[in-house]
Design a protein around this ligand. Sequence first.
Ligand code: BJW
Ligand code: ZN
Length: 252
Amino acid sequence: METLTLSEEIRERVREARSLVAFSGAGVSRESGLDTFRGAGGLWEKMRPEELATPQAFRADPEKVWRWYAWRFRQAAEAAPNPAHLALARLELEEVFPSFTLVTQNVDGLHRRAGSRNVLELHGTILRAHCNRCGQSRDMGEAIAESSEEPPVCSCGGKYRPSVVWFGEALPDDVFAQAAEESASADLFLSVGTSSTVYPAAGLIEVAKRAGALFVEVNPEPTPFSRLADLRLAAPAGEAVPALVDALSRHR
Ligand code: BJW
Ligand code: ZN
């Protein structure tokens, strides 16, 4: 993407902004080679979500669900952050805005590996697993490597499961509360690579918009929130986010 030119009105808002929230979804990791959930080529074109990403699915067929996550863990471990992850990290590390929070729905750990620090993982992480009975937590890679059982069995007799949030499960309370608080006080709210269809995460866009944030959406496809966007970049994140970060930095 060539140099991005911002309108005078947006430049003004950027100049005055104190806090930025970046909100990301599976699309930001697409150019790292990880599949999105919905849409063409998405994980759920081949598999129904309720067969894999629910507590009921794990109860019904723990081996199938565990294997699917073990496969995705290996994919994530082998993937590298792309220019979109790196540009978002730069925004934080170069302190372009006094306050920066990265709220992600992703479980792949790529934002932290790119150098982002203030990361709120709304849907947990695939890098850890915990026992469904006693809650004991361990590294996912070790759980896969050290056990021949799928899923590995805990010393209490329970089964290990990935530490992600499935449909019907509550998001970690403190993490969501902090994300909502940051969204409510954000001057800029930047949504990247999410279909914005899963709640309560998608509701953060409404929270920010209602509180008066400038809302920027990066997604090649429209979402239910596109109409509310003050600026929409219909391009892949790996191209649009570095261009946007350059433009934001230039106008500070
Ligand atoms: C690119 C790109 C490129 C492509 N560059 N972009 C009605 C109203 C409100 C809520 C509900 C409702 N009915 C049911 C609910 C509840 C349910 C829900 O929201 N369902 C909806 C589907 C309707 N929500 C829940 O169950 C949540 N829990 C809850 O509500 O608890 C209540 C409770 C309270 C108290 C006690 C008990 C319960 C939990 C939701 C958990 C979601 N979990 C998953 C799986 C995580 C584990 C895993 O990874 O397997 O999270 S589902 C999946 O969707 C995953 C994602 O984080 C999430 C969001 O998806 P995302 O990231 O937006 O990806 P995609 O694939 O949808 O979109 C990718 C986008 O990228 C697309 O738009 C592309 O165009 C774009 N793209 N290439 C930029 N290169
Ligand atoms: Zn246990």
